[in-house]
Write a protein that binds this ligand. Structure first.
Ligand code: URA
Length: 240
């Protein structure tokens, strides 16, 4: 999914079915505005969420939505599913069917799920180059002793080879809170990654909860299953 960046003159020409020459004239006459500012630059670039007006009349005005959801266990991170309730089913937002999920969680994982219709934002969040940290609380079946802790920390930091995908996981960190509870920080999201990493130690994960993505923490006020819109500060803060 890639966001449509396009030249303003091209957008106007196609939208109104007029020649580029006519569009240039309109630009020179400062009849066109983007996000409330008159534009006369021929190569000006807009995106799907730019508010474009001609003589004060709106030609395009899509809104970008950013939602945080406290996903319960047993709800599937998909937009449709024949068997289970989906994260979309939990939302009451009128444009919920336009949204896509930014980083899925497994059926039996709870916690922070982000949804948006802004694919540029979600691509940035998901791209490995931006190294956006995801923090998880992990409950394991077998207690981890202080002596074993070092082995876990080293193995997570070194990365683990996953034969099926032929990849080595990126360095991850792990902090023991108590012998059964750990905080793990990942910069990627491979299939069942945390469960598979603890699987190397024959230590099944019996509880998994995502507490944050980048600088954005799951709002403590959000009950399980509840969602809210992100503020504009939160939308940009996530990359801090
Ligand atoms: N790792 C997993 O194993 N499952 C998730 O849902 C997220 C990370």
């Amino acid at each position: 999914m890639s966001i449509s960046h396009t030249r303003l003159d091209r957008f106007i020409g196609e939208h109104l079915q007029i020649s580029r020459r006519d569009v240039r004239l309109m630009l020179a006459q400062r009849r066109i505005s983007v996000d409330g500012q008159a534009v006369n630059e021929i190569g000006f670039i807009i995106n799907k969420f730019s508010h474009v007006q001609l003589d004060g009349e709106t030609l395009q005005n899509h809104q970008a939505y950013y939602v945080m959801l406290h996903k319960p266990v047993g709800v599937v991170s998909a937009t449709v599913d024949a068997q289970h309730r989906t994260v979309i089913d939990l939302l009451s937002h009128p444009a919920k069917n336009e949204l896509h999920i930014v980083g899925r969680l497994d059926l039996n994982t709870s916690g922070l799920v982000l949804l948006t219709n802004d694919s540029r934002w979600s691509e940035r969040l998901m791209s490995p180059e931006h190294k956006v940290a995801k923090k998880y609380l992990v409950t394991v079946e077998h207690p981890i002793s202080k002596e074993q802790e070092r082995d876990y920390i080293d193995a997570f930091a070194k990365g683990m080879y996953f034969q099926y995908e032929d990849i080595t996981t990126m360095p991850a960190s792990l902090m023991m809170i108590d012998p059964h509870l750990l905080e793990v920080q990942l910069f990627e999201g491979k299939y069942h990654q945390i469960k598979r990493m603890f699987g190397r130690f024959q230590n099944p994960v019996i509880g998994l909860h995502r507490k944050s993505v980048g600088a954005l923490e799951l709002d403590a006020e959000l009950a399980v299953g509840e969602s809210r819109m992100l503020t504009s500060e939160e939308v940009s803060s996530i990359f801090n």
